[in-house]
Ligand binder design. Structure first.
Ligand SMILES: [Mg+2]
Length: 305
């Protein structure tokens, strides 16, 4: 078996576990190529020949995994996501057993599921068209605000930083949103708009109850105006009813599902994808699902099994 491992050594406190994984994986007759991201080794170069390997392992936090999977789309290579980062939300959405030895077994077995990515397109401050794939959530407004505030302490505090940042936004800005989704148009006020490929966040809370990463659809949610304190019922609903299928639902989210959408915010609020902030303040962006473009390695515990 020829296996390519692409690892971000700066990914977080679990960064060294990839070596235990490699030790558990490798057998006589294998070729294991290990590439470490950093100066002189960017995602694009590291993943360029991925299609020629029997397995590709992407190891890092959500930002690293998002960038690498964007390069591995349609490569045909079976891809294993290894959770080396601080929060590893995407890995949580896959739901594989997290131990290094279990992941090594799954990698060798090579059972896969086809899943979607999201794709975000916007025009930057110099008028240049830009795009990036995303695996979890892209958005504008409240969530981008949270990410911006969390950025300074990101890495050291991880998940705690996100929670603290949320509490530091007592009166988020309201914008008027125009949502064009699969030929229909809806207009509404909100403090943010999120577009999701997967929506399971910490503690098994599913932000959008019907969101799946294998249905060819993105979930678009406008967060209705509220002070952060008034969002607490939604957070509590998430804790009491993680799947969101019960009576509580998601009272302050207006949710659309679509193959593609164009979102305009007036005034413009900041934008982020998978926790990475986008420079400038684009007033509108497009998002779409790229269906079935990844072959993810799964085990019997996976939500995708
Ligand atoms: Mg979907």
């Amino acid at each position: 078996m020829r296996c390519l491992i692409i690892h971000n050594p700066a990914s977080g406190p679990r960064s060294d576990e990839i070596f235990a994984f490699t030790h558990a994986l490798a057998e006589a007759g294998d070729e294991v190529v290990f590439r470490l991201l950093g100066d002189g080794m960017e995602s694009a170069g590291a993943a360029a020949d991925a299609g020629s390997f029997d397995r590709v392992v992407v190891s890092g936090g959500d930002g690293t995994v998002s960038s690498l999977l964007d390069r591995l789309r349609d490569s045909g290579a079976p891809v294993l996501v290894f959770p080396s980062g601080t929060a590893n939300l995407f890995f949580g959405n896959i739901g594989n057993a997290p131990e290094a030895a279990a992941l090594a077994r799954a990698c060798r077995a090579g059972r896969t599921a086809k899943v979607d990515m999201g794709e975000l397109s916007w025009t930057d401050e110099n008028g240049v068209s830009r795009r990036h794939g995303f695996i979890i959530i892209a958005g504008t407004g409240f969530d981008a605000d949270i990410m911006r505030r969390a950025e300074s302490s990101h890495g050291e505090m991880g998940e705690i930083a996100y929670a603290l940042a949320a509490l530091a936004s007592p009166a988020p800005q309201v914008a008027h949103f125009t949502i064009e989704h699969d030929g229909k148009v809806d207009e509404l006020d909100g403090i943010g708009c999120m577009v999701a490929n997967t929506a399971l966040i910490q503690n098994d809370i599913n932000l959008f109850p019907d969101c799946r990463m294998d249905d060819g659809l993105i979930d678009i949610a406008v967060i209705e105006p509220a002070k952060t304190v008034e969002l607490l019922p939604t957070v509590i609903a998430g804790v009491l009813d993680p799947a969101g299928k019960g009576l509580l639902g998601r009272p302050q989210f207006k949710i659309f599902q679509a193959r593609e959408a164009r979102i305009t915010a007036n005034p413009s609020l900041g934008m982020e994808f998978d926790g990475e902030l986008i420079e400038g303040k684009p007033g509108s962006f497009s998002a779409r699902a790229i269906p079935q473009c990844l072959d993810l390695i799964i085990d019997d515990y996976s939500n995708l099994a």
